[in-house]
Design a protein around this ligand. Structure first.
Ligand SMILES: NC(=O)C1=CN([C@@H]2O[C@H](COP(=O)(O)OP(=O)(O)OC[C@H]3O[C@@H](n4cnc5c(N)ncnc54)[C@H](OP(=O)(O)O)[C@@H]3O)[C@@H](O)[C@H]2O)C=CC1
Ligand SMILES: O=C(CO)COP(=O)(O)O
Ligand SMILES: [Zn+2]
Length: 346
């Protein structure tokens, strides 16, 4: 059996803080709610959501400090101890992922209220959590609803929107890796999920100039694409359609870089290199990232070229069960250096 779980409601519009109560009522959510936010997103929209909900719900807030198992367990204990009926995550990918995994473990629903359009975990069913070693996603549940307030998301620096483009354009190489694994390893492959995922990548290539404007239309375009990526992952039953070798490179950077860049920025640069390795038109990927103002090289990522090379050579070790263009043995230092130089990444 193949179970596909999807959000029941997706709201995209302006001034949606007050809509949270209506969504909760329509979905018949219980009386005790827990609002998760980060130190910054508490001020951006978290407190407003909490205040609005307090009119009709018994509500508590919790500040989450990153996507770690420690934070998931802290939220989980709070949820169980206080008899919380549902969660709402007001924040970036990290806060949403903590809510996603805690809600899955507690068996209660959660609402996703994104404050950035920088990642495709907004509506997905998997959570990327750091636990001891690398951070790769584990199965959880999708949000019962997504409430994407364009005005709130627009408060984020433009850089976040450009990162969202990076996370979507990565589907080009992620799907290629998936096809490779299907042919070489006989891995399950869903043509439907792959097509949906590729559609988001093609849409950002087509709409790069509109996205670059950084206005409300740009936010809407990026958010819709990111939600579609989440749906593609739910159909696939894993992050396969949206995460291949370019993501392994980003996960490696998260492990070894003194100051990693945004997830979407790193996977965007990874996509340039992996497109080159796949024999795809890597120049087109770089051109799109340039057009939207996303980083395309080590300097713009703020990461030392040596760290980039090191990440390329260890990327294949991070999730060995997920076959990619990097193969079983990964890239040699020479091959990594050559690929990064040819593509202008270093
Ligand atoms: N589960 C999935 O399918 C996927 C998960 N991911 C994960 O998502 C994470 C990346 O998400 P991303 O959103 O890029 O980064 P983070 O959630 O880590 O947020 C980065 C920073 O941005 C701040 N921030 C959030 N919203 C705003 C805003 N409106 N204005 C100003 N600052 C803001 C956060 O504040 P604060 O400190 O308050 O939190 C935080 O300091 C990674 O952990 C990645 O692995 C990515 C793709 C898919
Ligand atoms: O970031 C993701 C998809 O964009 C999730 O990827 P991982 O499964 O590699 O964590
Ligand atoms: Zn991603």
């Amino acid at each position: 059996m193949h179970l596909m779980q999807l959000p029941r409601e997706v709201l995209l519009g302006e001034d949606l803080v007050g809509e949270v109560i209506n969504v909760a009522k329509r979905l018949g959510l219980g009386s005790k709610a827990l609002v998760l936010y980060g130190p910054k997103t508490k001020e951006i929209a978290g407190k407003d959501v909490e205040r609005s909900l307090a009119q009709e719900y018994d509500v508590e807030g919790v500040t989450v400090k990153g996507a770690t198992m420690e934070e998931v367990n802290r939220v989980l204990n709070k949820t169980r101890d206080a008899g919380v009926d549902w969660l709402i995550a007001v924040g970036g990918g990290s806060i949403i992922d903590v809510a996603k995994l805690a809600s899955f473990k507690a068996g209660v629903p959660f609402i996703s209220f994104p404050t950035t359009a920088s990642h495709d975990g907004i509506a997905s069913a998997n959570a990327s959590i750091k636990d001891l070693g690398a951070k790769t996603s584990v199965k959880a549940v999708p949000p019962i609803a997504v409430i994407a307030d364009v005005k709130v998301i627009k408060t984020a620096p433009y850089r976040y929107l450009a990162a969202g483009v990076g996370d979507m354009i990565s589907n080009l190489t992620a799907v290629r890796d998936w096809q490779l694994a299907h042919r070489i390893k006989g891995e399950y492959y869903s043509e439907y999920a792959a097509s949906l995922s590729l559609m988001s990548a093609k849409m950002v290539i087509k709409n790069a100039d509109i996205i670059r404007l950084g206005n409300e239309e740009s936010v809407r375009k990026v958010v819709k694409g990111l939600i579609s990526c989440g749906v593609a992952m739910s159909i696939a039953g894993s992050s396969r359609p949206a995460s291949g070798a370019e993501h392994l490179f980003s996960h490696a950077l998260d492990m070894i870089a003194p100051k990693p860049a945004l997830h979407g920025e790193q996977v965007g640069v990874g996509t340039i290199i992996m497109s080159y390795l796949h024999g795809l038109k890597w120049e087109r990927v770089r051109e799109t990232l340039k057009r939207v103002g996303a980083p395309t090289n080590a300097y713009e990522l703020g990461i030392d070229p040596d760290v980039i090379i090191e990440a390329l050579t260890i990327a294949h070790t991070i999730r060995p069960e997920r076959y990619t263009i990097l193969g079983k043995d990964g890239l040699t230092r020479e091959a990594a250096e050559k690929a990064a130089k040819i593509t202008g990444v270093i």
